[in-house]
Structures are given as structure tokens and as C-alpha cells.
Design a protein around this ligand. Structure first.
Ligand code: IMP
Length: 420
């Protein structure tokens, strides 16, 4: 069984936990885009693990985890993550972690450009300032440095020199910033190269020889952060949708059986950009506090709002979603009423078509009755309060896709299967 799993909103849908759950019966877990802008959280025996680059499947023994060519890698972050996992008794070696030689490397100048560009923009994007956008810019402008270049000292020094010659002039002229020194970067990155070299593997050939294995593709971010389909320009710099999974990993010989879409039972967003169902009243505090809505990567408080089914319907289509996972349903407990956006209006007029910009869009809500009970210990769908079941049933009907799993708490086992 081969599955692509993606986020259907603005990221932070709780994909890490779902990946950890689903990969129990898979052989290989693959990251195919993004970088350490992502923060996938898994709580295991009361201990919280946050992954930025390594697929969360690494927590299960005998799984092979892959960082594909579509990912941008900050080597320091990756090495720190390897050390952190080892210090927490997670087995990690070139046997279970494989890195594409074609993934691009985040260099020290990338986060700096990211931060400087943000200051200069008319409308800040609110990036994670991890250098993700600038690294992808170098990739498409064909001056990027790949993992295969990092582990070849001559190639690395030529590419670094070429980049610094150009970038240091831009830093000085455009941003009045001193720029970067070749020797210190070269020496630092050669140390990283030594550590990471054993993990580099020609994924195409390696997995082609074992194409009968079962693969789980782990998307990062969410559909509305996609560089094409998201709320551009308030998006990330990669293709986060399911159709990029094979391209971003080079494993195009794998036949995909299902595309799982993960959505929170409400909506959150970090960073700037339009958000039709955003709340700015006492409900914002309710979601932020009860749902612990603070970024796993930057710690920034997340913006919160009601579930938006208009957005979700479009994500389902774009990602060809065959199964849904609804997360954080427990967070809704204790509300008298729950709103769900089922249509949009603009300047007082109902919209028939999906708008190309979400600026100025107002939600039209359907109201649901809430429930009081704490549902975080429930493990059977049938045991959920009737109101919670109605909420889930409505989502299914509206989106015309079955809900496969519902997550009701942060613990690994706090997930229930909806047998349809
Ligand atoms: P960047 O990916 O750092 O360039 O940030 C671009 C936008 O995507 C910003 O609004 C970020 O807050 C958002 N973003 C990037 N990665 C994530 C994520 O993993 N979860 C939620 N938002 C993200």
C-alpha cells in the first residue's frame, strides 16, 4: 500500500502524529518538499518529539526514512536533529536514514536574505526566516549547492566562491550588509559534509530495486501555502500538493493507492495573508489556549478560526484526496455552538465560484451544537457525543470524501478509526 499524506489547510494540521500512526505498517517514509520551516510533532509515552527534516517515521523501528530531492536541507539543523534523536534513544544510521544527493543545501546566506527581504517587502509574508525561499530561488536559478556538491570539496569550494562573489555585492549594495566570509563557511560546511556523507544515497536506483516495499509520502505545510495553489504571495516556496510527491522524491515508479488529506477540526495559520474564518474575539483565546496553537518551529502564536469547508473542498480536489483525517476534534469540546464556513460572500454578494484572492472574502456559516464532554480518552467512533458525530458526518457529506481517522488528543493512541 502506497500513500501520499498532505495537509489541506495552512500547515500545522497534526500530520506528524498521523504519519507516526500510519507508518506502523509501511516500510519507507519519504519527505519530498520544504525544509526546516516544518515542525512535525509526535508525543510518545508523554515525551514530545519535534521533527523539522527527518520524517517522523524514524520513531518506529525498521522503517527507512528518506529526505528526497525536493527538500532543502540545512545541514546544521539535520545534524542537530540526528544528535537529538540519538540522545533520546532513537536508532538512526545510514541504514534507516537516506538523503538524496540532489537535495539542495541551505547556506548561511539564505536565512539572512530571507530576513532582509522580509524587511524590504511592502507586505511581509511572515516567513519562518529559515532561508527556505532563498534556497529554492538558487535552485531554480541554477546556482544552488546540492548535497552531492557539499561532499565534493573542490565542487563545493567553486560553487561557494561563485555564490559569494555575487551575493556579497548584492548584500552590500542592496542591503548595506557586510556579507559572508568564504573560509569560515567552507570550514564549517566541510565538517557537516563529513557527518552527512554516509547518509547520501542514490534513492532512484536504491528504491527501484525494492519497488515492492510500501511507501508513505509525508507532505509538509498545507495546500494554501503551496507556491501555485496557495494564497500567493503569502505562501511557502515549494509545491506542497500531492502531485509533487513523486517528483520531489524521484520515486516515480511507485504506484500510489491513496491520497490522505489531513485537516484540523478548525483552522489555523501562521504568518501573514488572508484567512476568511479568522477569529479575533474570545474564541481566538479559546482555540489558542486549548489547542496550544503556537508554532512548532518558531513558537509564534497561530491565528485561529472556524473550519472552512470551502477551502477544504478545493484542497480535496487539488490533492485528489481519497481519505480524510480530522485532527484535534477534542479541542472543540466545551463550546456551546460551533461554526463551519460553507460558502463565501464578497461585498454582500454570495460567491458561486472559488475566488482567486481570499482578500475581503467573508464566510457564510452553518451553526452546529457543541458538546461538553472531554473526548480525548474515547477510542471508538460510536462512543463520541452525538454532536461530534454530526459534525464529522457533515464534513464527509460536504466534501464527498470519507473520514478514515479522527485524532482526539496528542497521545499516540488518541486516534480513532471511522469504519465507514
Ligand atoms: P517560509 O516557508 O519560511 O518561506 O514561510 C512562508 C509562509 O509559510 C509563512 O507564512 C510561514 O509561516 C508559513 N509556513 C512555512 N512552513 C510552515 C509550517 O510547517 N506550518 C505552518 N506554516 C508554515
Amino acid at each position: 500500500m502506497n500513500t501520499i499524506l498532505v495537509g489541506l489547510q495552512w500547515g500545522d494540521e497534526g500530520k506528524g502524529k498521523v504519519i507516526d500512526y500510519l507508518c506502523s505498517d509501511r516500510d519507507v517514509v519519504v519527505r519530498f518538499q520544504g525544509g526546516n520551516n516544518a515542525g512535525h510533532t509526535v508525543v510518545l509515552d508523554g515525551k514530545k518529539f519535534v521533527f523539522h527534516l527527518i520524517p517522523s517515521g524514524i520513531l518506529r523501528k525498521d522503517k527507512i526514512c528518506v529526505i528526497g530531492n525536493g527538500v532543502v536541507i540545512d545541514p546544521k539543523v539535520l545534524i542537530d536533529e540526528i544528535k537529538y534523536l540519538r540522545n533520546n534513544d532513537v536508532d538512526i544510521s545510514p541504514k534507516n536514514l537516506k538523503i538524496s544527493p540532489l537535495s539542495h543545501v541551505i547556506m548561511p546566506y539564505h536565512p539572512t536574505i530571507d530576513a532582509l527581504k522580509e524587511k524590504d517587502r511592502a507586505h511581509e509574508i511572515g516567513t519562518t526566516k529559515r532561508g527556505i525561499g532563498p534556497c529554492y530561488m538558487d535552485k531554480v536559478s541554477r546556482c544552488g549547492i546540492r548535497m552531492i556538491d557539499l561532499v565534493d570539496p573542490l565542487e563545493f569550494s567553486l560553487k561557494l566562491k561563485y555564490n559569494l562573489e555575487e551575493k556579497n555585492v548584492i548584500f552590500k549594495k542592496v542591503y548595506n550588509y557586510e556579507g559572508f566570509d568564504f573560509d569560515s563557511i567552507y570550514n564549517e560546511y566541510m565538517e557537516y559534509a563529513k557527518v552527512l556523507k554516509p547518509y547520501i544515497c542514490d534513492l532512484v536506483e536504491y528504491f527501484y530495486q525494492q519497488k515492492d516495499k510500501s511507501f508513505l509520502f509525508e507532505g509538509a505545510q498545507g495546500a494554501y501555502l503551496d507556491v501555485d495553489f496557495g494564497t500567493y504571495p503569502f505562501v511557502t516556496s515549494s509545491s506542497v500538493v500531492a502531485s509533487n510527491a513523486l517528483l520531489g522524491s524521484g520515486l516515480s515508479f511507485v504506484k500510489i493507492d491513496n491520497n490522505i488529506g489531513v485537516a484540523k477540526a478548525y483552522t489555523t495559520r501562521v504568518g501573514e495573508g488572508p484567512f476568511p474564518t479568522e477569529l479575533n474575539d474570545e474564541f481566538l483565546d479559546f482555540f489558542r489556549n486549548k489547542g496550544v496553537e503556537f508554532g512548532a518551529t518558531t513558537g509564534r502564536p497561530r491565528r485561529c478560526g472556524w473550519l472552512d469547508l470551502v477551502l477544504l473542498r478545493r484542497s480535496v480536489i487539488i490533492n485528489n484526496i481519497t481519505d480524510l483525517v480530522i485532527t484535534k476534534l477534542d479541542v472543540l469540546g466545551g463550546l456551546d455552538n460551533i461554526n463551519v464556513c460553507t460558502a463565501y460572500k464578497c461585498k454582500g454578494e454570495s460567491l458561486k465560484d472559488f475566488p482567486y484572492s481570499l482578500e475581503g472574502i467573508e464566510p457564510i456559516y452553518k451553526e452546529f451544537k457543541g458538546w461538553d464532554d472531554d473526548i480525548s480518552e474515547i477510542r471508538e467512533f460510536s462512543q463520541l457525543p452525538e454532536e461530534a458525530k454530526e459534525y464529522i458526518d457533515y464534513i464527509e457529506k460536504f466534501l464527498k470524501v470519507k473520514v478514515k481517522f479522527i485524532s482526539v488528543g496528542e497521545k499516540r493512541e488518541a486516534i480513532l478509526s471511522k469504519n465507514n
